[in-house]
Design a protein around this ligand. Sequence first.
Ligand SMILES: CC(C)[C@H](C(=O)O)[C@@H](O)C(=O)O
Ligand code: SF4
Length: 417
Amino acid sequence: MGTLAEEIFSYKLGRPVEQGETVVVEVDHVMSHDTTSPLAIQAFRKLAGVSSGRVFNAERAHVVFDHIIPASTVAAATLQRDVRSFAREQDITILQEGICHQVMPEKGFVVPGAIIVGADSHTCTYGALGAFGTGMGSTDIGVAYATGRSWFRVPSTINVRLVGELQPGVYAKDVTLEMVRQVGVDGANYRAIEYTGDLVERMSISERFTFCNMAIEMGGKAGLVAPDETTREWLRGRTDQEYPMLAPHNPRYERVFEIDASRLEPQIACPPDVNNVVPVGQVEHVKIDQVFLGTCTNGRLDDLAIAASILQGRTVHPETRMVVIPASREVYREALRLGYIDTFVQAGASVGTPGCGPCIGRHFGVLAPGERALTTMNRNFTGRMGDPTAEIYLGSPATVAATALTGHITDPREFLS
Ligand SMILES: CC(C)[C@H](C(=O)O)[C@@H](O)C(=O)O
Ligand code: SF4
């Protein structure tokens, strides 16, 4: 009996747990990426006595290269070389085919009821498939690599109920931004967020990824959606694993937010905070130097499809650059097959290799002093994409595509055919 988070921990431990209780559990998968692996490896090495120098399970320990690939500096290349040699020594396969939070689910590692820890704050994305995924510091991940276990305080849960039908031109990202506006950037600190309601039930896994990905933008430990037929369908062919269809039972939520999406307009998060959210109409005059379509929030096939439908046969504004980065190789190949990539290239966009791209300002499209970007990312923090005086606005793939065409923030409903 409990929230989805409690159900998952109870299932793992084989006994009922209570909110606030500290538990040690065996984790299903542990992940770090090119940027966080070096410190995780250092922590792991210190535990050589505990682990006999081997990771707990090479099939369940994952290293993903996604943040700065291909390496853009000698320093990055050197760190990656060192991480490669660690992976070789431990028989870990390095995954280099897209953003960790896209690739881990695609590989079938993320299933309902699983507990997954990652050295990346957006590990909460995995809740879209009913798994408890959470980000941890590299040291904790080093310990998990060594022992296959982690400690948690079973979180209390905030319930976000999403109801109603979205209007044309309004997407999961707009709902997510509205959610962050209402809950606040620390409104869910150390809590799980459980998304329910008829809108969530109708949404695709990709859209659920967008919600869950941004749970951390409200301070959430995890973002969760109870698995259903849509989840099963998405997992079919990706995993042979058996998994439990856990659901909340008489949950005791700490707080409930209800959002009626049917009245929602496209939303924009203005710099420098993710909860600084306004309807697109209020910022339409803002001139944009660069748009970026991609990331673990909105770099999937449906996101690319929406943007391609707006850009089809049109050209990016001459004073705006457009960067497009598919979230994974799987997404990239499908986008090629369906002609979306051709549409982007014809429109004048730069298309990058799957990965995080300019999301943390390390390569492939950093911003000059005073420049402004509109992106499909999850964070608009000062300095994130380059110079600290550059500004970042967040919106949906549709708003990004419409803005690419006009050079200023634009309501995508103007381009709906
Ligand atoms: C580099 C990494 C530690 C970081 C994170 O944990 O979130 C990054 O992925 C981000 O999105 O800011
Ligand atoms: S795409 Fe951006 S938010 Fe996602 S993991 Fe990469 S850097 Fe972090």
